[in-house]
Design a protein around this ligand. Sequence first.
Ligand code: NAD
Ligand code: TYD
Length: 346
Amino acid sequence: MKLLVTGGAGFIGANFIRYWLSNYPEDVVFNLDKLTYAGNLESLKGLEGNENYRFVKGDIVDSALVNDLFQKEKFEVVVHFAAESHVDRSILESSVFVKTNVLGTQILLDAALKNQVRRFHHISTDEVFGAIEEGENRKFKEDSPYAPRSPYSASKAASDHLVRAYHISLGLPVTITNCSNNYGPYHFPEKLIPLAITNLLEGKKVPIYGSGRQSRDWLYVEDHVKAVDLVLRKGKVGESYCVGGMSTQVTNLEVVKMICQILGKDFEPSVEFVKDRPGHDFKYVIDWGKINQELGWKPLYDFQTYLQKTVSWYRENQDWWKRVKSGQYQDYYLKQYGERQPALSH
Ligand code: NAD
Ligand code: TYD
């Protein structure tokens, strides 16, 4: 099978490509990535020599490039991760979120339709459902109303609607997964967990927004990748599946406390309380009953154990994140591929 993965140099995309090529070594995976600040080819180190892996540097908003690639390569399956993904950045400047997440998705949908792909799988977020307020006991599920509250989640909600519309009105075979916050290896250290771990390893403080009583439904990235695999193989076309973790109700304060404990640091001197994020979503909790009942998926990795493993990964891979924090990772593309277009060099 020939797959196009968009955003494969990002956190989840890189984990997905590594997983896919080790579980389905006969498949051919193309990785289309613009290499924004969040794209890091060092997360895919070791795959460059794999005949079944190709990297294409390009923007999903570039319709000429996207159309040429689809026409030439005749992909059977598209797994669409590429997005601007950081809520705080979207509050500062939202135009690139609309461009990439909305327009980029529409350009891919058109190309997928024209070239009759067998499946277009869209990676989305639980943030499209808004926030669960303090004291509220509900969980997000597939039929929860869309109520995004940040420019990031609004752009992801728009992309979900487009994906569904291409299915209903144009017959494109799509599936969507809406997952909760992922954690694990190769996570860009601007997000809470990798930021906390790397700051503590550097002897810096961890910034906690507002009260720190907000909570996320932390999902180990490998559990997420396995859910996507299952949806690709067994999911019903036209359906969405919510994918969540096992860590419900762990507040940001508790997450940072756990990381401090694992690293043997005292909590109080290791954190600083900073101004809250505007419109800060209080809580996300996912009901993953549908994917469990229909496809047999459940998260395997409990938060305490896999947070420890994640901390160990960052301890053992200091080169990876130090080069991210210093910006050096951005030299890797030139060093690895020079000026030539890697996809055409195979
Ligand atoms: P990320 O920010 O780590 O990576 C995004 C990747 O997309 C980068 O490699 C970047 O270079 C690439 N990209 C960005 N704009 C592009 C463009 N215009 N053209 C081509 N490539 C482009 O993101 P992530 O955390 O890996 O998230 C992947 C997907 O999962 C996103 O769609 C995100 O909305 C969704 N998601 C993430 C989480 C999470 O916890 N990380 C949770 C729910 C949903
Ligand atoms: P983040 O990792 O940015 O993911 P998202 O906003 O998509 O959920 O943030 C996770 C939680 O951690 C969120 O409640 C905001 C909070 N947070 C901090 O308290 N300090 C930080 O430095 C960051 C990046 C996030």
